[in-house]
Ligand binder design. Structure first.
Ligand code: DAH
Length: 361
């Protein structure tokens, strides 16, 4: 084939590329030119039959032709794709201000405990806290021992704690047994063992105790807080907890009472009550959480230097403050999976709590 024929082929292909009306038509042109049996591919396959000298110049010309045709196809493809997208965008308009259509999306409800957790996360995120998590099945070591809860402590007895029969073989045969965690405090340990201070986390989750009556369920929810650095103190904790209460109960002022208490993992320790006027019941106090300065032994048990680092922690029951805030009368109904209950007390997935827009929608 002479170079004039190459020019003619190029002109023909260029015309076909320009007039290809869509990506499929363009692809057909591509196959006819550089596909396995395409015109250009066939020319290349025939090169071997040419005399050496001719093969060199003609081969180079065919190669250049192939490059130019490929480029043309690519350019045309981009332009076809972009006009296809523009056409689609013009027809497929979504009006995001329309209400949700009836159906599963509109019917689904967020459980009040999840909603309250989102509210709490929003408040603490604003104060620079991250969210940490740990497993529901925890080792006795992390749930108790490293939290300075010695072997003879009452909380360890079978009476309170669900022990698992499955042996913990993670670290040899003498590994500590598995329990269903009785509080979210082991997440403190996991965090201190895996992160360098400064640490500022909250950790929500399910906890389990062998307890079941009108005000106790064997599974309930807690949220843990932990702050560790070189100088944070009890005053910082009081301020953070007060900010939390104001944000959560959506009041300008909140009365709080710190009562001296005892927890093995904090020293000093306190329990915190809030004045019930925050939920429209003046004159009463509501106990909402336990807290304190993290015990130096706990800090050391996590491999951190208690001479260098100090901090504070708190643990709060989520279910009770959910009931208080949203007027839910019976704890057991919270976990009975009754759709009528969820439709009544649940939240729309679109009621995302924000500090600016309001906590409870
Ligand atoms: N873990 C305790 C409980 O379940 C609550 C608690 C008290 C957590 C004081 C803390 C704390 O972090 O500092 O009863």
């Amino acid at each position: 084939m002479a170079s004039a024929d190459l020019n003619a082929l190029e002109a023909k292909l260029a015309g076909e590329i320009t007039s290809a009306a869509d990506v499929a038509a363009l692809d057909a042109v591509r196959v006819s030119a550089i596909g396995k049996k395409g015109a250009i591919s066939e020319l290349m396959a025939g090169l071997g039959k040419l005399p050496a000298e001719e093969r060199k110049t003609f081969g180079a010309a065919v190669n250049q032709l192939k490059t130019r045709v490929t480029e043309r196809i690519d350019v045309r493809k981009l332009s076809l794709e972009s006009s296809a997208l523009t056409a689609r965008l013009a027809t497929e308009r979504a009006d995001v201000t329309l209400p949700v259509r009836a159906g599963a999306m509109a019917d689904g409800r967020i459980h009040p405990v999840s909603q309250v957790f989102d509210e709490i996360a929003e408040i603490f995120a604003d104060m620079g806290f991250c969210i940490a998590e740990g497993p529901d099945i925890e080792s006795d070591d992390l749930n108790f021992t490293r939290l300075n809860i010695p072997a003879e402590h009452p909380a360890r007895q079978m009476h309170d704690t669900f022990y698992l029969n499955t042996p913990n073989t993670a670290h040899g045969t003498n590994a500590s047994p598995f329990v269903l965690r009785t509080h979210t405090s082991p997440v403190q340990i996991r965090t201190m063992m895996s992160q360098k201070p400064p640490i500022r986390i909250i950790a929500p989750g399910r906890v389990y105790r062998m307890d079941s009556d009108a005000t106790h369920t064997p599974m309930f929810h807690q949220i843990e807080g932990l702050v560790i650095d070189e100088s944070t103190h009890f005053g910082h904790m009081k301020w953070c907890l007060e900010e939390f209460c104001k944000g959560f109960f959506e009041v300008e002022q909140v009365k709080m009472r710190f009562r001296a208490s005892h927890f093995p993992f904090t020293e000093p320790s306190a329990e915190v009550d809030v004045g019930a006027e925050a939920i429209g019941k003046p004159g009463q106090w509501l106990e909402i959480l336990g807290c304190g300065m993290v015990h130096p032994k706990v800090i050391a048990n996590c491999g951190l230097d208690p001479e260098k680092y100090q901090g504070w922690a708190f643990g709060m029951g989520l279910d009770r403050i959910t009931m208080l805030k949203y007027g839910i009368p019976d704890l057991r109904d919270m976990f009975s999976g009754d759709l009528r209950w969820l439709r009544h007390y649940g939240f729309s997935a679109f009621d995302v709590p924000t500090l600016a827009g309001g906590m409870s929608g």
